[in-house]
Write a protein that binds this ligand. Structure first.
Ligand code: ZN
Length: 254
């Protein structure tokens, strides 16, 4: 089969750090670049008995983001624990939203270089807390943890798998970035990690059901996202052409 017989199916999960003055569940400053472990307290370092109190501004900013992306805003919403162990997350769970996100069923319109307009649907926008950061510089073979970022508020915007090329994915991310900057809910500084994307890619023969997807996590530049998507599309087409779909389908990445 020729490569033109294939199409890519791409969906993005975009994390944006909200530019609230304080963190999502405590009154620590939400600031980038401070001395390690200076903006921390018993809540964001997960001391036993510390109780999270939701920052009202986080809900306000997330609702603003939802309205600006044509979402419907849920009147009944809640937070959920997502349990996982990682050394930069002292609670050993993230406070996220599972079945009742704040915002659902939105869309934005993008324009590609050939002048075509396309609607990209948004499944949901939910709020959650960011993790801390591990520093792997040379500390005599040790890694050190900085919890200044632990508890920084995030919105995660989950698209439907509506994009068919790296260019469409880039235009979609640029659109979200400009909206979030314009309504001033996030500074979207990709070099500081305030805007990062997880990219899901699969390929299929045109018209076929969805193929096996891989997820590339935590990417924070347009260039790396475009290169990663194009590389992944070619890699997956090669696998299918080699007759390795069956094995590939069992692979779960990310
Ligand atoms: Zn705190």
């Amino acid at each position: 089969m020729s490569r033109e017989d294939y199409e890519a199916v791409i969906g993005l999960e975009v994390h944006a750090e909200l530019s609230t003055k304080t963190k999502i569940f405590c009154s620590c400053a939400n600031e980038f670049g401070g001395e390690p472990n200076t903006n921390i307290c018993p809540v964001c370092t997960a001391m036993p008995g510390a109780l999270p109190v939701l920052n009202e501004k986080v809900v306000e900013y997330a609702v603003k983001a939802g309205l600006a992306t044509n979402c419907s805003i849920s009147k009944d919403s809640k937070n959920d624990r997502k349990n996982y162990f990682y050394p930069d997350t002292p609670k050993a769970y993230q406070i996220s939203q599972y079945d009742k996100p704040l915002c659902e069923n939105g869309h934005v319109e993008i324009e590609t270089s050939d002048g075509n307009k396309k609607v990209i649907r948004i499944e949901r926008i939910h709020i959650e807390d960011d993790a801390g950061k591990l520093n792997h510089d040379d500390f005599g073979g040790e890694s050190l943890v900085d919890l200044n970022r632990a508890g920084v508020p995030l919105i995660e915007t989950v698209s439907k798998p509506d994009m068919r090329s790296a260019e469409e994915a880039e235009q979609y991310l640029r659109k979200l970035k400009s909206i979030f900057e314009y309504i001033e809910v996030s500074d979207c500084k990709m070099q500081e990690g305030s805007l990062r994307a997880d990219v899901n890619v699969s390929v299929r023969k045109k018209g076929d059901p969805l193929g096996t997807r891989t997820e590339m996590k935590n990417m924070n530049s347009f260039r790396s996202i475009v290169r990663a998507i194009n590389y992944e599309i070619e890699r997956q087409i090669d696998l299918i052409e080699d007759g390795r779909t069956g094995r590939a389908r069992k692979l779960k990445v990310g």
